[in-house]
Design a protein. Structure first.
Length: 695
């Protein structure tokens, strides 16, 4: 009878949407069913519970598993380690989230129980990847266990990581699970207990290698030497494969940490407001160009405001002012002529009439007559004044030059006035642009430390990007090398088997090496037979479950998995049809996977709990009842933790009414606040949407 493994409790502190300390007790009274139902609407945190359980069991290495499984996820369901810390707690200064998982193991024969509590604290640091701190507490040993290797070995005794990878899953995302992948094959081998046969083969191979030197000394046949060479080569290749596998995992972990550092640097660049030096230089150049354009517009507007606009505002007065200025200039010109001639009149008269010879002397009355006529004639040069000048007074300008300047300004009119509105708008835009650039440049130049830090962060980002690219190339090179090594290993194992037969005939079991080789071959044969037998049982159980639930017994008589876990359906006439040729629906693929999981649980030596998210999302209503009763809610004492929406299992519906008493406990996740806000959190309440599940 298989050992029972169950999860007793889960404690979350500031994990995802779960603020502060939260406890979910999965322990159910032995008189009740062991299954637990957890409800919640979409986005209420069910996926975070699934991740928390897996990370609690798997530890830090589980991050890579989650990223692989959820590689095609998007939006709120996409796994992002940086978002694991609750936003409200981060705002309040917290920098650590934690997960506690308590696992119970019950011995199938004696009924003895023991527990293991795994503690995982994830400390988020601003300048580097999150730091994981793990420790464990066992009911067998009350001391705190902090050694990483010891924690993993102890964890594997209760629930190996490969079991968690199988049985903690999102049913909707896992429908395209490829059973032929290497990790999956290893997991199936461990679950079914076939791993012990492989370990026995390796131990016997090691024994043979150690004893081979003695066989050589004793003069064993050439086949023994070849077998030793082949076995040694197999051991070497396996060691090299293991080393390459570990190195790939190490590089992958380093790549994940490098990518996390890149994300941290991007966040820091946003936080301190650092920019590229090139952007700062571009801003300064743009500022200079904008300032030059502004100066030109200011000059143009100044001319318009100081000259064109005042002239335009004169209106009708402008013409009157121009006429007055012209008249004043004419008056000034006349006065200038008069003032130039008038002082010369007495002089001219003196030169004409004075000092005349006696024979030309005029009588006084004649002299007076001609003197008066001469004076009148000379005054006729400037009198009377030109028409209109006699009534003009000079009062607008003090000098002729000032009058000329004013008349020139008036004659220009409103040159440039038409563009004043457009120029003003352009000036406003340019001033706003200059102000914006000044603000950006001041912010960028305000703190020289920030500038230096930004430059250093950009250099770090470039170095990390180059490092990540190199790590990806290293992974690709090592994976190619791993493929070549596995091909060589397959060839050497074939030679080893061939030489082992020859050695068995030659030595006839007389030496330890021969017996070890024979035992190894026998162990391999036992493993093959056990594998075939287990696969036959899986064929039967998975086929029966799938055909019954999907109602396809009229078409098919069974389901078969080959040695590489390729799936075929068997028609009534015995024809085998490859699964991929049937164009099955998403619901049919999901039921097949669930049936495979249930078969593994029924055949496993240690039965793990089943933790499933979105259990019925892709299933038709007609098969949901059968899937719940036959695949999720086992009557064999296996624990199932079902994370469901009220759309899958309606608390008011017939399905819940039929299945509610198959659960021993129920909880509901109640979200508060907007999902994107810092105050968003999820509350854990008893019962399933206020409905009890037990009598």
């Amino acid at each position: 009878m298989a050992n029972q493994i169950s999860i007793e409790s889960l404690e979350l502190t500031n994990f995802g949407p779960f603020y502060d300390h939260n406890v979910i007790d999965f322990k159910v009274d032995k008189r009740r069913p062991p299954h637990v139902l957890i409800g919640g609407q979409n986005g209420a945190g069910k996926t975070h519970l699934l991740r928390a359980l897996y990370l609690g069991v798997a530890g830090r290495v589980g991050m890579g598993d989650l990223k692989d499984v959820e590689a095609n996820a998007s939006g709120a369901t996409k796994f992002n380690l940086d978002h694991l810390l609750n936003r409200r707690a981060r705002r309040e200064g917290a920098d650590t989230c934690s997960v506690r998982v308590k696992i119970l193991q019950r011995d199938a024969d004696s009924g003895k129980e023991r527990t293991l509590t795994l503690h995982r604290d994830i400390h988020f640091r601003p300048n580097s990847a999150p730091n994981w701190i793990s420790w464990a507490e066992s009911s067998d040993n009350k001391t705190k266990i902090e050694d990483g290797d010891m924690i993993e070995r102890l964890r594997d005794v209760f629930m190996p990581r490969v079991l968690a990878r199988f049985f903690f899953f999102d049913a909707e995302k896992s429908q395209n699970f490829q059973l032929g992948e290497k990790d999956i094959l290893e997991g199936i081998s461990r679950i079914l207990g076939l791993w012990s046969y492989e370990q026995l083969e390796e131990h016997l191979r090691t024994v043979y290698a150690k004893a081979n030197s003695e066989l050589t000394k004793d003069g064993a046949s050439n086949a023994t030497a070849k077998l030793a060479t082949a076995s040694g080569e197999v051991t070497r290749l396996k060691g090299e494969i293991q080393g390459e596998t570990l190195e790939i995992k190490r590089i992958t972990t380093e790549l994940l940490e490098t990518e996390a550092e890149l994300l941290n640097i991007e966040d820091r660049l946003k936080t301190i407001g650092a920019i590229d030096p090139k952007k700062l230089s571009d801003n300064q150049s743009s500022r200079e160009a904008a300032a030059t354009a502004k100066a030109k517009l200011v000059g143009k507007l100044q001319h318009a405001w100081e000259l064109a606009l005042p002239v335009e505002l004169l209106g009708d007065l402008r013409a009157k002012l121009a006429v007055q200025l012209d008249n004043e200039q004419r008056r000034r010109n006349w006065e200038d002529r008069r003032d130039a001639v008038a002082p010369q009149l007495p002089i001219i008269q003196g030169k004409v009439f004075s000092d005349a010879p006696a024979e030309f002397a005029l009588p006084d009355d004649t002299l007076s007559f001609y003197a008066a006529r001469l004076e009148k004639a000379l005054k006729g040069l400037f009198e009377p004044p030109p028409e209109g000048v006699d009534t003009v007074n000079i009062h607008l300008t003090a000098t002729a030059e000032a009058g000329l300047a004013v008349r020139q300004l008036l004659s220009r009119g409103a040159d440039g006035l038409a563009d004043i509105a457009e120029a003003s708008q352009q000036l406003e835009l340019i001033e706003a642009d200059v102000a914006r650039l000044d603000l950006e440049i001041r912010q960028q130049m305000h703190n020289t430390e920030a500038i230096g830090a930004g430059r250093a962060l950009h250099e770090q980002r470039g170095a990390l990007q180059a490092k990540a690219a190199q790590l990806k190339r290293d992974i690709g090179d090592r994976e190619a090398k791993l493929t070549r090594l596995e091909q060589a290993l397959t060839e050497q194992i074939g030679l080893e088997t061939q030489y082992a037969g020859a050695v068995a005939l030659a030595e006839k079991g007389r030496s330890l090496a021969t017996r070890a080789s024979a035992y190894r071959v026998a162990a391999g044969e036992l493993r093959k037979r056990a594998s075939d037998r287990m696969r036959s049982k899986i064929n039967e159980k998975v086929g029966d479950l799938w055909l019954d639930i999907m109602g396809r017994r009229r078409e098919f008589s069974g389901m078969m998995f080959d040695a590489h876990w390729g799936c075929h359906l068997v028609r009534k006439n015995g024809e085998k049809v490859p699964w991929d040729d049937l164009n099955t629906s998403a619901g049919q693929r999901q039921v097949r996977l669930l049936a495979f999981y249930e078969a593994l649980r029924r055949l496993a030596q240690s039965v793990p709990p089943l933790v499933v998210d979105t259990p019925l999302g892709r299933l038709d209503k007609e098969v949901r009842d059968a899937v719940l009763s036959k695949l999720y809610l086992s009557d064999d004492g296996h624990q199932s933790i079902v994370l469901s929406t009220n759309a899958e299992i309606d608390p008011e519906g017939e399905l819940f009414a039929k299945m509610r008493y198959r659960f021993g406990k129920a909880y509901t996740l109640i979200p508060h606040g907007k999902p994107d806000s810092e105050d968003y959190e999820v509350e854990i309440q008893p019962h399933y949407f206020d409905r009890k599940v037990t009598l």
